[in-house]
Design a protein around this ligand. Structure first.
Ligand SMILES: Nc1ncnc2c1ncn2[C@@H]1O[C@H](COP(=O)(O)OP(=O)(O)OP(=O)(O)O)[C@@H](O)[C@H]1O
Length: 959
């Protein structure tokens, strides 16, 4: 480790006056830096004004130049203003180097001292002094006033140790606020030397910056460690970005801090290369919130996205937890095979909306509206030049589609499945209501009505040039068809089946106002952690099949494909592993082939050219038929990941798809968990996998709309809007970004195989930094996860690093945690704590009630520390624990054991170690995490199951 040579004494006659003198030396330097910064700000402002003037010229060339200048100057100004707070924090005093070469930052590049830099009598002169800050500043002669912390010349500030000091004699951390220097802390790297600076002996002040930083009270946000990065950490931060940088280290060794500083370093090193974005994957939203201020404090924003593993899929957010056994099934590789089967199997269930959720869309020149609601699924769409209405409600599934020129209505309401569609130039109505399945279609040039209502099955269709009515009612089956040139009525009613035909005359037309589609859905209640385990599942939604018959009229003939033929075509189209949604054109082609074969037209021409022409007009004829379009939509719907996931909520169905992959208990638990309202982190990885399995069909590109701002020339008009649109564009690009140039995975030990696949897709061409600690893994099968990690990282070579020093926990707490480590991962080495506080962990047992005891302990710690207190409980207790602490203020928080990952507090209360350890197969490792969160004080509260001894020490923490 970077052992600090902490010189506790000040060299000089009076300790305070030496300190004051050293502070005033640094103040003088800071004043010079500020004067220079002010000059730079004026320059930046001048650039902005100049750019504004050029903008008024209005030629395209001047506009482009102005935009570039405004952009550059804006960034510059913004950075300067931002960096004004505490941006100068370090200084190194160096011996003369081996050669006299200078780098681009104006500093000498030699790492080792020149021969003779140290005289035989052990004295030496300081040949170079460098100040280190958050950005680099040169004076007007291009000499370095401040070196950027990421520049090569700053490396000795972090790398130098008493064992390997290089040229550094003294390393100083400067504390300042705004323009005022508050203090200095020195570490002497060559304590054996008597060094002179400008003729005077080098002064050494304070205990060293590291200790000062570690002793500070914690808030709810992480601080950067830029002033006290240690040598072994610096090696990781500055490791070349090739391939994979792999970092392991115990709790508190600075893995998260190092990962964040590395992101800033990489951007500094090669901004162009990382314009592709850096993604930092964090285990929880709490850790994202805790860490997200660090990069801006290092002067980096915009190009780095910090996202929780449950927020990687746009439009979805993990809000629920799975029980450990459900998580194990969902996160393992086995789930991949289940999802592949589900994606193909879901096609057979009919339109996507039937599978769960609700979809509604309405389009039309005149108007269209659509609504769908259902416990398990509803789909409704309306399209029309005039107006179209479609609504579907159902427990199982309901579908209503309408398309027409002037007006149309389609409704379906069903216990298990109903379909209603109407198409017409004039107007068409299709209504269906029934107990198990029904179809109602109306297709008309001017008006058609079709309705069927049935306990068993009903079908009604009406078609005519002018108007047609068809209705069928019956207990088990009824059939009513109407077709005619003008108008027709047909009804069939009966117990078994009824068929009626008629023909009549009529005419209809309609117009409707424009409106857009809407959809709403209600879903079952949410279950919390552990509740998705055993017990009765809520009623499973009944499956609804896709259409089982295709009927079209082409070349004057009625053609029909029956269920068996359709099934054969589907199987044929699904062959191979191509994404399901991309196979629709292939399925469509196979349908047309089958219809073409049935039409007998193939034999009409022997001339290949004429035959091809005939075939293409046949295809055109069929594919322009509304009934064909509607059929294809229902028979090969575009599947969404959410729809397939919702389909898996049906236990019977999931059982089919997971046969011989998941056991019945797992099927029950997974299906049950998927019926909750919301997603877990594991569901998010499943959604992402499904997106890859299903694919996204190519959509016709939207025409770029003309931007009226392109025509403007005056900067006054342009600036605010321009800036806004630039930012918007950057945000949009960041949102649309699905792949990154560098991916950093924090707490990598926790990623499940399915999560590794999800993260892997975001860094297929990236370089990687992976930081983690196997001893803190909450995933039950670390070997399987390691395999998945290796697959995600591919064959890229790994550079491995180990961090060995615990900067968070005092030795007293680290020692206690090491006992659990020995149980959780026998043989693994705990990191060594860098400091000790002399305060032993406190043990207590439940007094009146668990809640009251914990509350009293938390209140006690709040009195003892200035910063935060964390109360860590088993996951199933976290809501209860929040109630125990009500009213104690913002400095204290209740956390489930899994939520505590990566966080830290001044003091912690760990509640019932046995309960935490018993909660999952990885429980001991989770307990190890819980015990290593405190920077100052730890209290352990034991309940009965902890079997505390006479001093309150629980069984798990005894020697
Ligand atoms: N060089 C340093 N100077 C000052 N503070 C440091 C240094 N290194 C680490 N720390 C502090 O130590 C604490 C632990 O760091 P961090 O959270 O990055 O560790 P970690 O290895 O990610 O821990 P865990 O595995 O438990 O999540 C933080 O408060 C961090 O600021």
């Amino acid at each position: 480790m970077a052992a600090q040579a902490q010189q506790e004494t000040a060299v000089g006659s009076d300790h305070d006056s030496v300190r004051d003198r050293e502070i005033s030396v640094e103040q003088e330097h800071l004043d010079r830096v500020y004067r220079r910064l002010e000059e730079k700000i004026h320059e930046a402002e001048f650039l902005m004004n100049d750019a504004a003037k050029r903008g008024q010229v209005g030629t395209p060339g001047a506009l482009a130049e102005r935009d570039a200048q405004v952009f550059r100057a804006g960034i510059h100004l913004n950075r300067l203003n931002n960096e004004f707070e505490d941006f100068l924090f370090g200084r190194i005093d160096l011996l003369l180097g081996k050669d006299g070469k200078k780098g681009p930052d104006g500093a000498y590049t030699a790492v080792e001292p020149a021969e003779g830099a140290v005289r035989d009598d052990g004295t030496a002169d300081i040949a170079e002094t460098l100040h280190i800050g958050r950005i680099g500043v040169l004076d007007s002669e291009y000499a370095p006033l401040v070196i950027d912390w990421r520049a090569p010349a700053a490396a000795p500030f972090y790398r130098s140790t008493p064992v390997d000091p290089g040229r550094v004699v003294r390393r100083r951390v400067i504390r300042s606020k705004g323009r005022r220097v508050l203090g200095v802390e020195d570490d002497l790297m060559r304590p054996e030397l008597k060094a002179f600076l400008d003729g005077g002996e080098l002064a050494v002040i304070g205990d060293g910056a590291l200790m000062a930083a570690l002793g500070q009270a914690r808030s709810h946000t992480m601080r950067d460690i830029v002033a006290s990065i240690q040598a072994e950490q610096d090696l990781v931060i500055r490791a070349p970005a090739a391939s994979v940088t792999y970092v392991e280290g115990g709790p508190g060794t600075g893995k998260t801090a190092v990962a964040l500083h590395r992101a800033a370093y990489l951007l500094y090193q090669d901004r162009r290369r990382y314009s592709g974005g850096i993604l930092i994957v964090s285990p929880t939203p709490l850790l994202v919130a805790y860490t997200e201020g660090v990069l801006p404090s290092l002067g980096e924003e915009g190009q780095v996205a910090i996202r929780a593993i449950g927020s990687l899929v746009d439009g979805a957010e993990a809000t629920l937890y799975d029980s450990p056994s459900t998580a194990r099934a969902k996160g393992s590789y086995r789930m991949l095979r289940v999802l592949r089967k589900a994606a193909r199997g879901a096609l057979e269930l009919g339109p996507a909306g039937m599978l769960g959720g609700a979809d509604g869309s309405g389009t039309g020149a005149g108007g269209g509206s659509a609504s769908g609601s259902g416990a398990s699924g509803a789909d409704a769409s309306g399209a029309g030049a005039g107006g179209a209405d479609a609504s579907g409600t159902g427990t199982g599934g309901a579908n209503g589609t309408r398309s027409g020129r002037s007006a149309g209505n389609g409704t379906g309401s069903e216990m298990s499945g109903a379909e209603a569609s109407g198409t017409g130039v004039g107007g068409a109505n299709g209504t269906r209501s029934g107990r198990s399945a029904g179809n109602g279609t109306g297709s008309e040039m001017s008006g058609a009505d079709a309705s069927g209502s049935e306990a068993g099955e009903a079908e009604a269709s009406g078609s005519g040039t002018s108007g047609a009515d068809a209705s069928g009612t019956g207990t088990s089956g009824a059939y009513g068809t109407r077709s005619g040139r003008s108008g027709a009525n047909g009804a069939g009613a009966g117990n078994g089946s009824g068929v009626g035909t008629a023909a009549a005359n009529g005419r209809g037309s309609g117009t409707a106002p424009a409106s857009s589609g809407s959809a709403s859905a209600t879903a079952p209640t949410q279950l919390s952690f552990g509740d998705d385990g055993d017990g009765e599942s809520p009623a499973a939604p009944a499956p609804v099949g896709p259409p089982t018959r295709l009927r079209v009229v082409a070349f004057g003939r009625r053609l029909e494909l029956e269920a068996a033929e359709l099934e054969r075509i589907r199987r044929n189209a699904l062959g191979g592993t191509a994404p399901v949604n991309l196979l629709r054109p292939r399925a469509r082609k196979l349908l047309l082939d089958a219809l073409w074969a049935q039409s007998g037209a193939a034999t009409r021409h022997t001339d290949p050219e004429l035959a091809a022409e005939l075939r293409s007009s046949f295809d055109e004829d069929v594919t322009s038929e509304d009934s064909f379009i509607a059929f294809l939509d229902a028979w090969w719907p575009e599947l969404t990941p959410r729809a397939v996931l919702a389909a898996m909520a049906d236990e019977r169905r999931l059982g089919r798809w997971a046969r011989r992959i998941l056991n019945p208990g797992e099927v029950r638990r997974v299906a049950r968990s998927l019926r909750r309202d919301g997603h877990s982190v594991h569901d998010i990885a499943m959604l992402d996998e499904l997106q890859a399995i299903l694919g996204t069909p190519a959509r016709p590109r939207k025409k770029r709309e003309l931007d009226p701002l392109d025509q403007l020339t005056g900067l006054e008009e342009l600036m605010p809007v321009r800036e806004e649109s630039q930012r918007e564009r950057a945000e949009r690009l960041a949102q649309e970004r699905t792949e990154y140039a560098h991916v950093i995975v924090d707490e990598a030990q926790d990623l499940t195989p399915m999560q590794w696949r999800m993260v892997g897709r975001r860094g297929r061409h990236a370089t990687w930094t992976v930081v983690g600690d196997p001893a803190q893994s909450s995933w039950s099968d670390p070997d399987e996860a390691a395999e998945a990690r290796d697959e995600a990282l591919g064959t890229r070579p790994r550079r491995r690093f180990e961090l060995t020093v615990n900067y968070r926990n005092p030795a007293e707490i680290a020692e206690l945690a090491a006992k659990v480590l020995a149980l959780a991962m026998p043989g693994s080495k705990a990191p060594s704590a860098v400091r000790s506080t002399g305060v032993e962990p406190r043990f207590t047992v439940v007094q009146k009630s668990l809640g009251e005891t914990v509350r009293a302990e938390a209140a006690r710690l709040l009195d003892l520390v200035d910063g935060t207190v964390g109360v860590v409980v088993a996951m199933q207790r976290r809501e209860e624990a929040a109630r125990w602490l009500a009213g104690l203020g913002e400095r204290v928080v209740a956390l489930g054991s899994l939520e505590a990952k990566g966080l830290e507090y001044d003091a912690t209360v760990v509640v019932s170690p046995a309960e935490i350890a018993d909660e999952s197969p990885a429980g001991l490792r989770v307990l190890y995490v819980a015990l290593t969160r405190a920077t100052q004080q730890l209290t352990v509260v034991s309940a009965d199951r902890d079997q505390p001894d006479g001093s309150g020490v629980p069984d798990l923490l005894r020697d």
